[in-house]
Design a protein around this ligand. Sequence first.
Ligand SMILES: [Zn+2]
Length: 483
Amino acid sequence: MRGKLILISLIVMITFMGCNKVKTIEDLNGVEVTFKKETQLLVRDNGIGSVRAGETVEVIAENFMKFQIKKKNGDIGWIKRSNMPIGKTAKVGRRKDWGDRSLYSEAVYNPYNAGDKIISEFDKSYDGEEVIILNDMENGGHHWAQIKLPDGKTAWTLVRYLEPFGKLGETASQNRFNGGNLWVYNYNKLLNKGNGKDTKWLVKKYGIPSGKIEKLNGKDFGAYYYENIELFKGKGSGRVVQFEVKDDVIINVNITGFSDGKISAWLPLSKMMRGFGFGNTYRNLPNILFGINSAFEADGPIDKILPGILFIPLKLVIAIIAIALALIYTMLPIFLVTLIVSIRSMNKDVSTGSLILIQGILGVLLGHLWFLFLIYHDSYFYQEPFLAILFLPIIGSSIIAFMMKTLEYNRCEKCNYWGGFGIGSIWLNRHTSTKTTTTKTYKGDILKDTKVNKKTTITDTFKDLRKCANCGHEWSIIREETK
Ligand SMILES: [Zn+2]
């Protein structure tokens, strides 16, 4: 269920973030920490340390999402801001099997080597640097590596932040987290795009590879691996893409870990809709919202100019505008078709039947194409297709149906004026259907109980009578009501 309404909540969240003034590091030194919730869910990622609820810690650094804290025993780790509500009391959710301890949420933290610098996914200062793997170990279900940085320091990091093919004593480069960007391509498209280009182009376009091999087994060429490209071949797809590289030039593209078919791949026109390549420009569009938000953050440029009493209502207005923009963005073609049909409906030469047809056909067709476009070109929707389904097929088709019905009921089919009003309704007939299901309960081999469930559905058919206020024309619409 992770983030099923991530888009809306994200917009609301980022817009409101900053309403509460964030305390500075000095303020937080040595505060009592009360953990807000059970953090088991977040440990999945990379949390392996633990801290007691109410334990006094020192806050040594902070970033957008997290605090870096130091325990009294010297252990250092990162904790999500929302799990450390400063100055508030909150109940700690506890997992019985963890005793009286809560866990660091998403902590990038190693209890055995607290003196070493910990590289987290938020520390980008070592992006792409060549490091030497000194040691590795399993801890808390995670695979850790001790590495030597170019400046001579040693550090521990999760192995998955390193080139996954590095071995002890070999060099590796840190995997870059490129803001959750995910590219979706048809296989041939990427092959044509990449073949003959050099590795500089590759890194510039898709970021530091998640893996790199100098020489493939028994081959005279190596490979770059990317996990932020989903490649479709037929109805199946794969998320780990291998670029074969010889003398710094791409010579072939493969899908490794070719996996499950995506339902979306079976939808009509889906291959065509994956065929566009808008690159970074379009994919970064949602980030504009983050940019707007940072201007409104506490102690941000706008916060400093405006008095607090104006700042909060202003943020509310911005939040409403952001939600409206998100709605328009997700259902762009539906609104567009509705707008076109509305404008056309003012023209008396255009028949109501043709408007209903345009609303239905164009709405469904463009809605379908936009649905495919959104899931293939917007990382949010690709990872949360439920959201795209909610907006387009569910809310979108309701808007289309509503508009069709409005035209049918209110626009006169004879003179084409918006003059329709109700002059009554005639009940035509009732249709009753009963569905019977039998449930048998056995005890051993002996029949103990038989239950017969009857479910009755009643459907009434009505004839709604309409009259035109302009020309007096009368027409009727058949309507069914199901109970
Ligand atoms: Zn009329």
